[in-house]
Design a binder for this molecule. Structure first.
Ligand code: SAH
Length: 354
């Protein structure tokens, strides 16, 4: 049970945990299930609207607990792609961002797991704002619930853990949110529609494989060479690519899923001939596909050091790079740059003036 300010946070609890909580405050267990249904099936977050609860209980809950893990702050919609960015604030006044990406036949919600991020990847805006804290399970789940309230539950078909932060460094809360997202008794999404993206926290990849959730896993790869990867992703010094690949093999085998390699194209750094050869070699070791991502500018953050020097690979070169990989039989997808006009594209998430 998580306390924010002085109240218990009820979002993010499974129906069993909610029932247990209700019992602990002297109420019958089934009240927990009733609240769970209001929240996850009806998107009602106000105890006073839960008409099957006695007034005395509603008053008691109002005093002791909260269903407002996050507050809706603003919402901007991209003019050219339909991508929308939500800005939410936490009870302790931290700001986080969540992005909705409409695609053919599906709508993907890109959610955050931390306020800021400790990893300091040189190409990512979130890293530049530093790390503030982990989000609670309630705050992770609430991004989905509040976006669903805006768009309709049925209109959010996929969730990717690719917003701000590193999900595997906020492991317990990420797992607790998965319990809700994959719960088949609510309007949940099921494991096939959820992807967790990691910069490569090897021991946690193993733990996730053993957790039984069998969600899809993506690795932010960006270079197959240890030295180059360490330069742009300092976490590689702690968990070498070699150790991460071993963990991913285990994950793929245990969950019977394909790993997605995310590969952001950086001019002169990872778009060379030898990068193609290395990607082909790596792809043969592990059931996988490659997601090529054009580098989105982080100039709006006014970065220093190596971050200031990073340039995108030209679009023509990206296409040729992807085609060549395909010619070796690799499965390659080229991700659109969506929402860059509202700084909602990959790696552009950072709340200004933190
Ligand atoms: N910490 C997790 C999830 C957040 S990043 C991870 O590292 O995977 C989500 C994706 O956006 C990753 O593949 C990341 O490498 C990519 N990304 C980050 N900054 C980017 C940028 N400026 N342009 C394009 N993609 C970027």
């Amino acid at each position: 049970m998580k306390k924010i300010t002085s109240k218990y946070e009820l979002k993010g609890l499974t129906s069993d945990d909610l029932s247990e909580y209700l019992e602990s405050i002297g109420e019958p267990k089934f009240r927990g299930q009733q609240i769970y249904n209001w929240v996850y099936d009806q998107l009602i977050f106000d105890f006073n609207k839960m008409k099957n609860l006695p007034l005395s209980l509603r008053e008691k809950l109002e005093k002791t607990s909260t269903l407002n893990s996050l507050n809706f702050t603003t919402y901007v919609k991209s003019k050219n792609s339909g991508t929308a960015k939500f800005l939410f604030s936490t009870q302790d006044e931290k700001k986080i961002e969540t992005v909705l990406i409409p695609e053919k036949g599906r709508n993907t919600l890109c959610i955050s797991t931390q306020v800021g991020c400790p990893l300091d990847c040189k190409f990512c805006a979130t890293g530049l704002m530093g790390y503030k804290r982990n989000l609670t399970a309630g705050e992770i789940v609430d991004q989905y619930l509040l976006a669903a309230k805006e768009y309709g539950l049925e209109n959010i078909t996929n969730i990717v853990f690719m917003g701000m932060g590193e999900p595997l460094l906020n492991f317990t809360n990420t797992i607790n949110s998965l319990k809700i997202f994959t719960d088949e008794t609510n309007a949940g999404l099921g494991r096939n529609r959820i992807t967790i993206s990691t910069a490569g926290i090897a021991p946690k990849i193993i733990e996730l494989a053993d957790s039984g959730f069998r969600v899809k896993l993506a690795l932010s790869l960006h270079s197959c060479f240890e030295d180059i990867r360490s330069k742009i992703m300092p976490i590689n010094e702690k968990y070498s690519l070699e150790s991460v690949i071993e963990a991913l093999k285990y994950y793929a085998k245990k969950t019977k899923t394909k790993i997605t390699f995310e590969y952001t194209m950086l001019k002169g750094i990872n778009d060379r001939k030898e990068d193609i050869a290395a990607l082909v070699k790596l792809s043969k070791k592990i059931p996988s596909k490659i997601n090529i991502i054009p580098f989105n500018s982080i100039k709006h953050m006014d970065p220093g050091g190596i971050s200031a020097e990073l340039e995108p690979t030209s679009y023509d070169k990206i296409v040729a790079f992807a085609e060549e990989l395909k010619s070796y039989g690799l499965t390659v997808m080229l991700r659109d740059t969506q929402g860059d006009d509202i700084a909602a594209a990959c790696g552009q998430l950072a709340v200004k003036h933190m």
